[in-house]
Design a protein around this ligand. Structure first.
Ligand code: HEM
Length: 458
């Protein structure tokens, strides 16, 4: 009894939350590696709302209750920073970009970038999004098979390049996309190796990563200096122009380095997440024909076959419910991590400085205490005010508090335009036997893609 009591105490005498012991040294690394989503849910089931576990000697605290999540993201947000793990994966690509910067630096950058994401600005991109979606499906034919996850990545990549850089990059757009995709895989692979090879060593992967980083950086710097030379960037209607024109209260603007880091951040944070959301949308619709029919009816009733515009969305509540439900069951950002920078109390436990706190949308969004029939894809649940009834912290596909996603409106507009455009022309059915397995990488991806047959709609 005494030993058990002591086992639950930390070195400084604080009481530890309950949790699995795991293996010596590795802790829970092995079981989480096999299937991190199932592993974390199992811990939540076995140990409850606040669980302590270790991975390679490092402590993690998993929070599984809305009010605890709300404490971290909103109420006590100042006591937390982004986790070292998040920074390590993305630092080389994103530098001091919004996603991982902190403190006064982050506040200034957010202040400068925020107007670019105002609804009136975002709606300006609807026409570009529509045009790209239309061009993308021009060659699609009835009866053919396509990997829809891959198609959605290509589509959102084009939208990201065009909305960030306008038409300045027609030739290089694909190359930027390939470079970004390589860098993301590279960063993640490095993270998963048991022994990290220093970035400076001239391995083929390190050398390619350097080349790709230099390629993108020189491109971004070139565009910035060309626009500076033009003197007036107002003729460019893209996010880069807005960031370049943004001015702080003291008249200061972003340096080329800051513009580079923010551009990379918007690119990375924006296109991959939205691509996954769209891929999961087609999968969920294919599995739920009644939902698909109701969506088609709504689109037909409101749009009558014409292309969608931003102004249509308030009149498409079922489309919005479908998107909310996709983000509930398949949240592209399925986990958030924070590190304590001040001691704090969460759920009756004292967390010391440097503790890593883990919050998972995957777990919370499937918790049957907050969602009836929680594993079922039922957009209807959102039509009777569920969003207002849920406690803060129960649904957070875009995070919450001051670090909430700056691109939420942009992403929802993009997903709505693309879904409404494509759903009017095609429906999709899974190729029989193709396995669809959610894989938690940087975002929640389908491990083997989503292989589907296209059916042209009359
Ligand atoms: C479905 C699509 C998207 C999802 C699910 C998503 C999710 C998230 C989440 C959960 C966060 C908070 C991260 C944290 O608290 O640690 C975040 C932050 C962020 N997102 Fe998104 N995002 C999406 C689309 C976008 C788009 C389209 C953009 C830009 C064009 C964008 C740019 C950002 C940026 C810059 C941040 C950091 C904000 C800050 O810390 O100030 N995201 N996103």
């Amino acid at each position: 009894m005494e030993a058990a009591r002591r086992a639950n105490m930390s070195a400084n005498g604080h009481r530890n939350p309950p949790g699995p012991k795991g293996l010596p040294i590795m802790g829970m690394a092995l079981s989480l590696r096999k299937d991190p989503l199932a592993g974390m849910r199992q811990m939540a089931r076995d140990y409850g709302d606040i669980v302590r576990f270790e991975v390679m000697g490092q402590e993690r605290i998993l929070l599984n209750r809305p009010d605890l999540i709300n404490q971290v993201l909103v109420i006590q947000h100042g006591k937390f920073h982004k986790s070292e793990l998040t920074r390590r994966i993305t630092r080389r690509m994103l530098g001091q970009g919004l996603l991982i910067s902190e403190g006064e630096f982050w506040r200034r950058q957010r202040r400068l970038a925020q107007p670019a994401f105002h609804r009136s600005r975002t709606n300006d991109y609807a026409a570009t999004m529509l045009e790209i979606a239309q061009v993308h499906i021009r060659d699609w034919r009835d009866g053919e098979e396509r990997n829809i996850a891959q198609e959605m990545t290509g589509l959102t990549l084009d939208i990201a390049v065009r909305t960030l850089f306008g038409t300045t990059l027609p030739g290089e757009a694909r190359q930027v996309g390939h470079a970004m995709t390589f860098l993301m895989r590279y960063s993640l692979r490095r993270q998963r190796l048991p022994f990290r090879i220093p970035e400076k060593w001239p391995t083929p992967a390190n050398r390619r990563a350097n080349r790709e980083l230099e390629f993108i950086a020189s491109l971004v710097y070139r565009i910035i200096s060309e626009r500076r030379a033009e003197g007036d960037s107002s003729q460019h209607n893209d996010l880069l122009a807005l960031l370049m024109g943004a001015m702080d209260e003291d008249g200061s603007q972003m340096t080329p380095q800051q513009l580079h880091d923010e551009t990379m951040t918007l690119f990375l944070a924006g296109h991959e997440t939205t691509a996954q959301m769209l891929g999961w949308t087609w999968y969920a619709l294919s599995q739920n024909p009644a939902v698909e029919s109701r969506l088609h009816e709504e689109l037909h009733g409101v749009l009558g076959g014409r292309p969608p515009e931003a102004a249509d969305f308030p009149r498409l509540p079922y489309l919005q419910a479908v998107m909310s439900e996709v983000l509930r069951l398949y949240p592209p950002a399925y986990i958030l991590a924070r590190e304590t920078v001040e001691p704090c109390e969460i759920g009756g436990y004292q967390l010391r400085v440097g503790s890593t706190v883990v919050l998972s949308q995957w777990i919370m969004h499937r918790d049957s205490r907050y969602y009836d029939d929680s594993e079922a894809f039922r957009p209807e649940r959102w039509l009777d005010g569920l969003a207002d009834r849920l406690p803060p912290g129960a649904y957070f596909p875009f995070g919450d508090g001051p670090r909430r996603c700056i691109g939420q409106g942009f992403a929802l507009l993009e997903a709505a335009i693309v879904t409404a455009t494509i759903a009017q022309k095609f429906s999709f059915r899974m190729v029989p036997g193709h396995p669809v397995v959610p894989e938690p990488l940087v975002t929640l991806r389908p491990r083997h893609g989503i292989q589907m047959t296209l059916h042209a709609r009359a």
